[in-house]
Design a protein around this ligand. Structure first.
Ligand SMILES: *[C@@H]1O[C@H](CO)[C@@H](O)[C@H](O)[C@H]1NC(C)=O
Ligand SMILES: *[C@@H]1O[C@H](CO)[C@@H](O)[C@H](O)[C@H]1NC(C)=O
Ligand SMILES: *[C@@H]1O[C@H](CO)[C@@H](O)[C@H](O)[C@H]1NC(C)=O
Ligand SMILES: *[C@@H]1O[C@H](CO)[C@@H](O)[C@H](O)[C@H]1NC(C)=O
Ligand SMILES: *[C@@H]1O[C@H](CO)[C@@H](O)[C@H](O)[C@H]1NC(C)=O
Length: 641
């Protein structure tokens, strides 16, 4: 990085061999090589990625009585860094601290770089801060700041990355292209397109010409913020500025299209890329596979896999995971299974993502026994369970009626140190609701609150369901109060449970309240909930309200079915309201919904039994005319003749 230019031979490997030869010769003819000769040699080996050779020379140098100086140390450290030997670099630095040689900015920059690579962010920040405090010794330079920015970017702390950039400006350092690119990349990773563009523009106006990396980051920002057209524009702009898009640029553009549902265009980019002489790699394939999964196009999954095969691209774990997920999204269980078998045959190691995809996919397709088989395989392969896998497994065990296993999975999850999230808690609430154990469901709900996990409407409705099943309707109403306090929205499932509870409690006030709530969201209420509500209103004897609500339902265009009418009719009959009963039958015929023969029979029986002779005649006559209109012959009609 900040090493002098003299250490960077263009043909480093040859230079390394040449120098080795030179030293061998000079030792033979008794001219001891001096320090700068050794340093040159170590550097030549290190920067060609040959860190082992570099170390050997360093050892030899010490043995020949030439002590390493700061330059030597920095060269050795950068040899380690170049060879991705981060832990070794850090141990070397520890040894170096024991010598008289003091580290400089270059040394510490390498150390920070290695700490970041090893994800020891705290230590990296400590060194950075100490550099800033002790200004005189090792002043942080543009490389230091940029490395710290990079650290915040990869750990997802975008605000901190931005703050370091601003501090750097405030300290009068002029950002280089790497610093600008790091910030643009950080914004891009979060789809913060506006911010990315603003830095991109500042970079240009401050006289730094954006390179391929800058353009690629910007187009990534557009892709991740659902602006594929602007991603394409950026791509074109890059080409207009005489920059040649690389493999990453193409992959990012493919992802910009693919992740926004434009699979055809993504495939088009693949063709363009090959036309431009760039070979797609496994990332390209994974991106396309993930895209076709999102679009649920199973045909495309097959053709992408074929395309990869034809080009000799071997799938890696990530690519297999994308393909498996895509097949399962498209409901292609058999294909997913055979691909998984191929993956195992090809000795590509499945990881937690693989099993998460398989297990949750099987659960979504209600194939619970398969899900549990995959879970067993995962455990047998000693692949660490994830929170998602645990949640799916709890769900699968519950559906298989294995409540005890759900419970032990839930405790194992907590033992593994996964703080269950709202989904995991809800899965467990559902398990207890299916198992009709409202006490345990309630305990889970309380634990959830205690752990600071905010219940959502789904969790609340699951708790309500278990209270209803456990004949605790009053507790259901308490949950509703809790939800109001917390501003948790009343979803349909919640309303459904509330209706059930309040009709058992004959809580008329609550039913009225629910009716009002539901009217506001009418066209989206499901038939099942409507029927339940109409049933409850009717059962409480408020047939007027029931009919009024029903009219509102019909005029709002909400879907109703035969059960809806049957609920209305049963309640009208129970309250002896035969006029309305016949009116509803007429409604049905107007709506081209054929009343069942029972519906005719019931009213005729009613007329015969308790309608009074006068009414009985009217009823008989009107039912008969209805029957004629619909061509429906009732058993009762035949009896009456
Ligand atoms: C070290 O040795 C090389 C080659 O013998 C020579 O060119 C160079 O000037 C020497 N450097 C020093 C600092 O003595
Ligand atoms: C090591 O140096 C070589 C030659 O300069 C370079 O091509 C390579 O990318 C470097 N590797 C790393 C990990 O920095
Ligand atoms: C651009 O350059 C000006 C003048 O050198 C400087 O004050 C400003 O901070 C720079 N802005 C960015 C974002 O680099
Ligand atoms: C579940 O898995 C079996 C066994 O592979 C398969 O035959 C069946 O079709 C799957 N069921 C569903 C609902 O996908
Ligand atoms: C009407 O819809 C509900 C909810 O989907 C369903 O339970 C019921 O069986 C349906 N009735 C008829 C007759 O299809």
């Amino acid at each position: 990085m900040a090493l002098g230019k003299e250490y960077h031979g263009r043909h480093a490997p040859c230079f390394c061999v040449y120098l080795l030869l030179f030293i061998t010769i000079s030792v033979r003819i008794d001219i001891p090589p001096n320090r700068s000769t050794y340093n040159n040699l170590i550097n030549a080996c290190g920067s060609s990625g040959n860190w082992r050779e570099a170390l050997k020379v360093c050892k030899e140098m010490t043995e020949n009585g030439v002590g390493p100086d700061l330059v030597t140390h920095n060269i050795v450290l950068s040899a380690y860094k170049n060879g991705s030997q981060y832990t070794k670099a850090l141990s070397y630095y520890e040894l170096m601290k024991g010598t008289k040689v003091r580290p400089d900015t270059t040394t510490l920059n390498i150390v920070i770089h290695c700490l970041v690579k090893l994800e020891q962010y705290q230590k990296a920040v400590e060194i950075f801060n100490s550099m800033r405090e002790k200004r005189s010794e090792c002043i942080p330079d543009i490389v230091t700041f940029t490395t710290i920015m990079h650290m915040y970017s990869v750990s997802g702390q975008i605000k901190n990355c931005e703050a370091v950039f601003n501090t750097m400006l405030a300290e009068g350092l002029k950002p280089n292209i790497v610093s600008y690119n790091t910030l643009v990349g950080a914004y891009a990773s979060r789809g913060m397109a506006q911010e990315a563009l603003s830095i991109f523009d500042k970079m240009k106006s401050n006289g730094t010409r954006p390179d391929v990396v800058s353009y690629t980051s910007l187009l990534n920002a557009y892709g991740r913020s659902e602006q594929p057209e602007r991603a394409m524009e950026t791509f074109e702009q890059m080409k207009r500025n005489k920059l040649k898009p690389n493999l990453v640029s193409y992959n990012v553009l493919i992802d910009a299209y693919g992740s926004n549902g434009l699979l055809d265009k993504a495939v088009q980019v693949l063709r363009e890329m090959e036309h431009d002489g760039l070979q797609p790699n496994v990332v390209t394939i994974s991106t396309l596979l993930a895209a076709s999964g999102r679009c649920c196009q199973k045909v495309n999954i097959d053709s992408i896999l074929t395309a990869a095969k034809m080009r000799g691209i071997e799938l890696n774990t990530v690519a297999y995971n994308s393909a498996l997920g895509s097949y399962l999204n498209a409901g292609e269980y058999e294909k997913a299974l055979s691909l998984y078998k191929l993956m195992r045959k090809k000795k590509v190691m499945p990881d937690s993502v693989t099993y998460n995809v398989l297990i949750s996919g099987c659960c979504r397709m209600s194939n619970y026994s398969e899900a549990l088989e995959f879970l067993d395989e995962m455990i047998a392969l000693k692949i660490p369970l994830t929170k998602e896998v645990c949640s799916s497994a709890i769900c699968a065990y519950t559906k298989q009626g294995q409540l005890a296993k759900s419970e032990s999975m839930f405790s194992m999850m907590k033992m593994e140190g996964f703080q269950p999230d709202v989904i995991a808690y809800t899965t467990m609430l559902n398990a207890y609701s299916v198992g009709e154990n409202w006490e345990k469901a309630f305990a889970v709900f309380q634990e959830m609150e205690l752990n600071g996990v905010l219940p959502d409407a789904i969790a609340c409705s699951a708790l309500m369901r278990s209270f209803n099943r456990g004949c605790q309707p009053d507790k259901v109403l308490l949950v509703a109060d809790f939800m109001r306090e917390r501003n948790i929205p009343f979803t349909e499932a919640v309303l459904f449970e509330l209706v059930s509870a309040s009709s058992i409690l004959r809580d008329w006030r609550m039913i009225t309240e629910i009716t009002t709530t539901m009217e506001a969201s009418l066209p989206y209420v499901s038939v099942g909930t409507l029927n339940q509500l109409l049933h409850s209103i009717g059962k409480s004897g408020k047939t007027e309200t029931m009919i009024k609500f029903f009219y509102k339902v019909v005029t709002s265009g909400t879907e109703v079915n035969l059960t809806t009418y049957s609920v209305l009719l049963k309640n009208l009959l129970a309250s002896g309201n035969w006029r309305k009963y016949i009116e509803v039958l007429e409604w049905m015929e107007d709506g081209r919904l054929q009343p069942s023969s029972n519906m005719y029979d019931d009213i005729l029986f009613f007329a015969q039994r308790s309608g009074g002779t006068e009414n009985a005649a009217v009823i008989k006559q009107r039912v008969e005319s209805l029957r004629k209109k619909s061509g429906h012959e009732t058993t009762n009609e035949l009896l009456w003749r």
